[in-house]
Design a protein. Sequence first.
Length: 402
Amino acid sequence: MTEYDKSKYHRIYGESKRRIVYKKTDAFDYALMSLLCAVVVWFSYGRDNPITYIGIAASLWMLVAFPMRHGWAPAVPLVVRRPQEILYSILYKVENLKWVYFFGIAVLLLENYLIRITPTWPHHVELMRKIALWLFYLHFGAITAYRTCIYYAHLRKRALVREVLLQTVWKKNIEQQRSMAVEITHAYLTGILTHIILIAPWYIVITHFDFSVLFVVATLAINFFTQSQHLKLLNAWYYRDHWLSHNSEFDFIYLHGSHHDAIPSGLIGVAGNGHLEGFTRHGLGAPIPFYNPLMAMFIYNLEIKGDIDAHQYIPGVFPGADINRQTVAQHSMHHFGRLKPYSFGMGADKPGANEDYVRKLKYLPEELKNSIRIDEELDDFEWNSKMHADYLKLVEKYEGPQ
C-alpha cells in the first residue's frame, strides 16, 4: 500500500515541461518577473520604507544581470503565449493548502475580534505593533549582516569558489562568465531580494492587524502547537509545490528559477525559494506570517539562517559545507543539475549517517528527518549514487575530516 498518491502529487493542468535552468529566450519573461518583484516590494512596504529601495535596487540588478550572464534572444513571453498558466499556478497553490494555514489565519482573526469587542481592556496594541516592527527589522538586519559576512568571505576566496565549481556541473557556466565577483554578487543580491519578498506577508500582517499584550501567552502556545503540526505536513506540501516549480514552466520562470540561477552558496538561502516564490509560499501556504510576532521572528530566524547554512554547497568557504549534513541530505544534488529529490531530501536513517548529527535532529518530526521517502515512492529515487558520493569526496577534499 502506498502512502502517497502520484496522481495527486504529479497533477498538472497546463503543459508539463521540466526546467532547471534559464535560457536566452526567457529574457523577456525574466524581465517581467523582475519588474513584478519591484511592484510587490513597493506595495508591500510602501514608499517611505528603506527596505523598499533595497528591494527595487536588487530587482533592477536582476534586470541587468540576466542579459549580462545569459545573453538574450527574442521570444514571445510565456505569459502572452499561455496566459492560462497564471490561473493554473494559483489553483495549484490553493489546492495544496493545508489546514494549519487556515488555522493560523483563524487564530489571528479571533485575536483581532476579541480586541475589538473589549476596547476598555489594556491591550496596548500600539506598543505591540512597535515591538513587532522592532522584531521585524532586527530579524532582517541580523540575517542580512550574516549574509554579508558570507558575501565578504566568498569575495575574499573567489579563486577557491571558482576552483570548486569548475569541478562540478557548473564548469561550463563558470567558464563563460567573465567575473567570479559578478557571480558572487548576483548570489548575494538574489538572497537579499528573496528575503525581502518572503517576509513581505509578515510585514503586511504586522502593519494591518493588531496584537494584544493580554493574549501573548495564549497565542504563543497556540502558535507553538500550530507550528508543530505544520512541520509534520511540511514535507508533503513542499514536495508538491517544488515538483510544480520544475514541471510547470510558468512556475519555474516566474517563481522558482532564480533560486537555481545563482551559484550553490549559502548566499542564496531563504527557505529554498525563488524571488517571487517566497511571497506565494508564505502568503498562500505557510501559517508563519500570521503568528504572534515573537513566534514569527523566532521561526524565521531559525528557518532562514538554517537554510543559508544548508545551501552552502561550496566547501572551503564560510560558513562551510558540513559533511555530516551533506551525508544525510541530498538537496545538494538538486543544485548540481539533478531534478530529484523534490522533497527536503533528508534520510536520517540511511547507512553512514553520523550518530551525533542525527541526534541533533531529534526534535524534527519523522516526516522531515526521513523526507526522502516521498521521493523514493513517487520518483523511484535511489539514495546511493555516484553523483552524491563524488560530491561528498569534494567536501572532504576542501573541508577535511569533521
